[in-house]
Design a protein around this ligand. Structure first.
Ligand SMILES: [Fe+2]
Length: 245
């Protein structure tokens, strides 16, 4: 499981250590200049964190080989290349990655692509679990109903965002600066925290629609992959993220 420490404790530890700390996940609230929204209470470090379940945990919806290649090859490479770029461009890796996205337009394409790739996948892994699926509850469900009328309409609109993304990219459920939930999509590894992104806000749930996420099992049938993916969602994780805004 990802290591979670409080922001105050993180700051204390950082001060005591007197050195850069690449915390895996840091919890707390913080204002992001780029997105102009409060965070989802989860901050992302530059290192890849352990997958919180086995490669086969999401079977039959996402197969073990896809998970293994996706996590240990694709996502691992994003983390490695992100750190290479961050070193080359003097990015302070003791700070959350989210801080960088608000000014990502000032950095290289390598940092943008691999920073987004790392962040998006870290969120993606955590938003799924064994025996997932079902429906959200509490404030998240209320907010979904407020924005999209009902859960089924939300699912249809979100799935459409994934199906209609031309080429590679992501579908997003995100909270805007007024904490209103919205649906959108981004190309490549961009995300709504980036200052150059057309949609802006804090990602709550992201769906990877790159072919590497589904091609072994679903080939060209992206819609089938999306339909199956609903059965993997860790709604408790998404709910906590939303409720910490
Ligand atoms: Fe991916």
């Amino acid at each position: 499981m990802a290591k979670q420490i409080s922001r105050r404790r993180f700051i204390n530890q950082s001060a005591k250590a007197g050195m850069a700390v690449t915390a895996a996940v840091i919890t707390g609230n913080r204002l992001f200049a780029g997105a102009n929204v409060q965070s989802g209470g989860v901050f992302t470090g530059f290192d890849q964190t352990p997958l919180p379940y086995a490669y086969n945990a999401l079977e039959p919806f996402i197969d073990a080989l896809t998970m293994e290649i996706h996590y240990s090859k694709h996502a691992a490479a994003y983390a490695t290349n992100l750190k290479d770029a961050a070193k080359a461009e003097a990015v302070d890796m003791s700070k959350p990655l989210e801080d960088v996205f608000g000014k990502i337009s000032k950095y290289s394409a390598k940092l943008r692509n691999n920073g987004g790739g790392h962040y998006n996948h870290e969120l993606f892994w955590k938003s799924m679990k064994k025996d997932g699926g079902g429906q959200p509850a509490g404030k998240l469900l209320s907010a979904i109903n407020q924005s999209f009328n009902n859960f089924d309409t939300f699912k249809t609109q979100f799935a459409d965002a994934g199906k209609n993304r031309f080429g590679s990219g992501w579908a997003w459920l995100y909270a805007d600066k007024d904490k209103q939930l919205k649906i959108g999509s981004t190309p490549n590894q961009d995300n709504p925290l980036m200052d150059l992104c057309e949609i802006k806000g804090m990602p709550m749930l992201g769906l990877d629609v790159w072919e590497h996420a589904y091609y072994l099992k679903y080939q060209n049938k992206r819609a089938d992959y999306i339909n199956a993916w609903w059965n993997t969602i860790n709604w408790e994780f998404v709910q906590k993220r939303f409720e910490s805004l």
